[in-house]
Design a protein around this ligand. Structure first.
Ligand code: ATP
Ligand code: MG
Length: 371
């Protein structure tokens, strides 16, 4: 039988399960079209929530959350403390029941298709439990066994994930003896054992030193290249900006924004900024750039003059760097800046684009500066 077409007895069974889950029956569309597994419907989002709501007594932790995350997306989940990130991730991980609304993974509904969902997901919680007297390999073999991976295949899978997470040299170390960063990597290694399509990561880089954070980020980039769909919650926004193609900003259980990093910038009216230094005639270069379409503001930062250019060229440099701020909505291509200056006979000593400032966008969007 195709998924989505149900016999009366199957519907009754499903309804009983819904009662058990305390989901209001009429909020779930039992006659929705068949999803992911059916090739006729190939465009189902890998992760989707529809009016997802979670109440703890009187507190509404999630308030009609609508998310849609496509296969291969890396979704950065941003929000202040208590916003509802962990609650959302736990529901997607099938560990928490929604009060109402739906959450779907690959077209399967959380709450009554949990058994099919669990092999598809890997959940990295914000805190790793303690595992006394267990060495790293035993720990991974134990979880492999939980996923029904046995014999030679288990040995191979454990070796592979140790390799991927760079934990080979700790294979015989006790789990409790690992540093926080290593434990975090082990946590990621554990969820990769069954090769899930979806990774749900709740602040995997929190409490780590800069080096460990960079290592985790590189590992996540690798997983992204492998085509995994990733949700990652974090407070370290510049890192999310670099890693994620889409972000969602949540506050007090409500989704304030969902879209690409670039769209977040535009909504928060945070434009691109480029830094450019010319060999001489800085004031003339400023005039040229002021006339460029899409430029909102120009400032000149005084630096140390050098007898030579920044890149070792023989040119004198007065040390001044021009900061060109573009309008958020401007269609201008920032790479037109050097072209424009070169065409006017200027010699460029430095040209850099300022890192995407997701932090500013976040502060603006969550403070209600932008509607
Ligand atoms: N088991 C619980 N019982 C009662 N209230 C809870 C429970 N778990 C979470 N909450 C409340 O739900 C809201 C959302 O919490 P959640 O842990 O999802 O936030 P978060 O965005 O993950 O925050 P943080 O950035 O601090 O991790 C908070 O107000 C929290 O106090
Ligand atoms: Mg949390």
């Amino acid at each position: 039988m195709r998924r989505g077409t149900s016999s009366p007895s199957r519907l009754r069974r499903r309804n009983r399960r819904l009662e058990f889950l305390s989901i209001e029956k009429n909020e779930i569309d039992l006659f929705s079209p068949p999803r992911a597994a059916d090739p006729e419907y190939p465009t189902v989002p890998m992760i989707e929530t529809i009016n997802l709501t979670k109440r703890y007594g009187d507190l509404v932790a999630l308030d009609s959350l609508n998310l849609s995350i496509e296969q291969g997306d890396c979704f950065g989940f941003i929000g202040p403390n208590g916003a509802g990130k962990t609650t959302t991730i736990k529901i997607l991980a099938t560990l928490l029941k929604p009060s109402s609304g739906q959450a779907m993974i690959d077209g399967l509904t959380v709450g009554y298709q949990n058994r099919q969902i669990r092999p598809l997901i890997g959940y990295v919680p914000d805190f790793m439990g303690a595992y006394e007297d267990m060495v790293v390999t035993e720990y991974l073999e134990f979880f492999s066994a939980c996923y029904n991976i046995h014999g030679q295949q288990r040995k191979k899978v454990v070796a592979d994930v140790l390799d991927l997470t760079d934990l080979n040299y700790k294979a015989t170390a006790e789990v409790n003896s690992l540093s926080r960063g290593m434990q975090q990597r082990l946590s990621i290694a554990r969820v990769l054992l069954h090769d899930p399509k979806v990774l749900l990561m709740d602040e995997p880089a929190s409490g780590l030193d800069p080096r460990a954070r960079i290592e985790i980020r590189e590992l996540l980039k690798e997983l992204k290249r492998m085509g995994k769909t990733i949700i990652i919650s974090s407070h370290i926004l510049p890192e999310l900006g670099e890693l994620c193609n889409v972000v969602g900003i949540i506050e007090r259980g409500q989704l304030l924004f969902s879209g690409s990093v670039q769209q977040a910038m535009q909504r928060a009216r945070v434009g691109n900024v480029v830094h450019v230094a010319v060999a001489d005639r800085t004031a003339a270069a400023v005039k040229v750039l002021q006339a460029m379409p899409g430029v909102a503001k120009i400032s000149v930062v005084e630096g140390q003059p050098t007898p030579k250019g920044l890149n070792g060229s023989a040119a004198h440099w007065d040390g001044r760097i021009i900061h060109v701020h573009f309008d958020a909505g401007a269609k201008a291509d920032v790479t037109d800046v050097p072209n424009l200056l070169i065409n006017q006979g200027f010699r460029i000593l430095q040209f850099t684009e300022e890192a995407v400032n997701l932090e500013t966008a976040f502060m603006r969007l969550t403070k209600g500066v932008v509607q």
